[in-house]
Design a protein around this ligand. Structure first.
Ligand SMILES: NC(=O)c1ccc[n+]([C@@H]2O[C@H](COP(=O)([O-])OP(=O)(O)OC[C@H]3O[C@@H](n4cnc5c(N)ncnc54)[C@H](OP(=O)(O)O)[C@@H]3O)[C@@H](O)[C@H]2O)c1
Length: 267
């Protein structure tokens, strides 16, 4: 049975480290004493974060089929895996380029699965380890104009829950952290999308705190969002049609269009 893992001294592989939430995760994990391996595609950002935190940096394009295996071979021992990288691929399905669909599925879903598969053997042999997937409230609540993102994030939730059940009798823990809208840094902040009045946000350091708690206490799922959004996600799980109608009334289509405009160049 996994009972939570001590982060101090744990070799921690973090994907998406060059992103907004990735930066906050890296800094918090460094504070906790993790031995960090930071990965992403933007070498300059990774190198500067790695030198600030005394971490290793490995450039890897997770859209490429062999990348997860190569990344693990270059990483050596991994005590904690945090699969955080993302490509939003937002937009109405007919307008999303097939290459963006493939890349988003590879980065958001295939790579986390391949990385998890690659580390569980070594973790099981050492009888210790933890895997954290960064999902989203859109792992539970689907929105029009985000079908690819939702497909990968719903998939990631199913994978995480199933893997946690599969490893329940081992010392390897599996967690899913589900943020709502995150302000200050990251893909929502970069998009500059205006939310309806009363829809609150959380900060990247609050996502990082949830990741630390998930690892320390072996928590299966943690949502990082205000109560109203978490309630909305719960309703969406139970009554998706009702939720879709509610989201349309709250301006969901306008928000999706704004995300599509802001993220159309992300590949
Ligand atoms: N921000 C939010 O409001 C929010 C809300 C809910 C959930 N989340 C989740 O939080 C996580 C982090 O998101 P974020 O907001 O920090 O996004 P972000 O700032 O856009 O960062 C995305 C990260 O993914 C990496 N990435 C993208 N394509 C890649 C590829 N082909 N190969 C390797 N790495 C790649 C990027 O690195 P390079 O560009 O250097 O490759 C970057 O480090 C994601 O899983 C996201 O779904 C975020």
């Amino acid at each position: 049975m996994a009972q939570g893992l001590e982060i101090k001294g744990a070799r921690t592989l973090l994907t998406g480290a060059s992103g907004g939430i990735g930066g906050a995760l890296a800094r918090r994990l460094a504070q906790e004493g993790a031995e960090l391996i930071l990965t992403g595609r933007r070498k300059d950002l990774l190198d500067s974060l790695a030198s600030e935190l005394g971490a290793e940096a490995i450039v890897s394009d997770l859209a490429l089929a062999q990348a997860p295996e190569q990344l693990l071979a270059a990483s050596g021992r991994v005590d904690i895996l945090i699969a955080n990288a993302v490509l939003p691929a937002s937009g109405r399905l007919a307008t999303v380029d097939p290459a963006r669909i493939d890349a988003a599925i590879a980065v958001n879903l295939r790579a986390p699965i391949a990385l998890a598969r690659g580390v569980i053997t070594q973790m099981s042999e050492r009888n210790s380890g933890h895997i954290v997937f960064i999902g989203s409230l859109q792992s539970k609540a689907a929105t029009g104009g985000a079908s690819i993102y939702c497909a990968t994030k719903f998939g990631l939730r199913g994978f995480s829950l199933a893997l946690r059940a599969e490893l329940a009798r081992t010392a390897v823990g599996v967690s899913l952290v589900l943020p709502g809208f995150v302000a200050d840094a990251g893909m929502y902040a970069d998009a500059g999308v205006k939310l309806p009045r009363g829809v609150g946000t959380r900060r990247p350091d609050q996502v990082a705190a949830a990741v630390v708690r998930a690892i320390r206490d072996d928590v299966g799922e943690i949502e990082v969002a205000p109560l109203a959004l978490r309630a909305g996600a719960a309703i969406a799980s139970l009554a998706p049609e009702l939720s879709a109608r509610g989201m349309r009334l709250l301006g969901g289509e306008r928000i999706a269009r704004d995300f599509e405009r802001a993220q159309s160049n992300k590949l």
